[in-house]
Design a protein around this ligand. Structure first.
Ligand code: S3P
Length: 187
């Protein structure tokens, strides 16, 4: 009996034959970009970082968009970019901004167009990451540690209602590439 395993066989396969559009959502600092890049590389489909695409479209940093044009303008540019990328591509992994699912019914739109994965991190691990990286993030850049802690608790509380609508919810302690692929192949 030949017991040689065919290692070329992928361990997981896409439901219906292709992976479709995969949107990663979650609070700032939860690792959407890291996991998005890893996932897209593994699935051989394009990766889009929505913030990066908004920056390209507007020709300036997210900090400058907030400072010069205001948050409302940013939210509209974010929505336009989300729609533009989604309508023009059938398969991709997109790392969304922390606020993307919380404005203009974007969460409903994303769920209609593909699958949404929420990376759910504890307030403590978000704090540990964000305290080191806050300068690049307009909403938190001027906060003290104490203010940042309170902001995460409050904002995560407000946004949970949107994040919870994701197709797949993965807590940080169960987050591995294999688990992500397993969940996506089931949903
Ligand atoms: C925001 C998160 C940021 C960026 C903008 C607003 C938010 O994206 O879109 O600064 O409202 O939480 P990341 O979550 O990728 O940092």
């Amino acid at each position: 009996m030949d017991d040689i395993q065919n290692t070329d066989q992928p361990k997981f396969s896409a439901p219906g034959g292709n992976w479709g559009r995969i949107f990663l959502i979650g609070f700032m600092g939860c690792g959407k970009t890291h996991w998005g890049k890893l996932l897209s590389h593994h699935l051989h489909i394009p990766f889009f970082d929505l913030d990066e695409k908004v920056k390209e479209k507007e020709g300036k940093s997210i900090n400058d968009i907030f400072a010069q044009n205001g948050e409302e303008y940013f939210r509209l540019a974010e929505k336009e970019t989300l729609y533009m990328l989604t309508e023009s591509h059938d398969d991709f992994v997109m790392s969304c901004g922390g606020g993307t699912p919380c404005y203009f019914n974007n969460i409903d739109y994303m769920k209609k167009k593909g699958r949404v994965v929420w990376i759910n991190c504890s307030t403590q691990s978000l704090y540990n990451r964000l305290i080191k990286e806050k300068a690049q993030r307009p909403l938190i850049k001027d906060m003290t540690g104490e203010q940042l802690k309170n902001y995460i608790v409050k904002k995560l509380g407000d946004r949970r209602i949107y994040y919870q609508q994701a197709t797949i919810i993965l807590n940080e302690d169960e987050l591995t590439l294999d688990n992500l692929l397993h969940q996506l192949s089931l949903s």
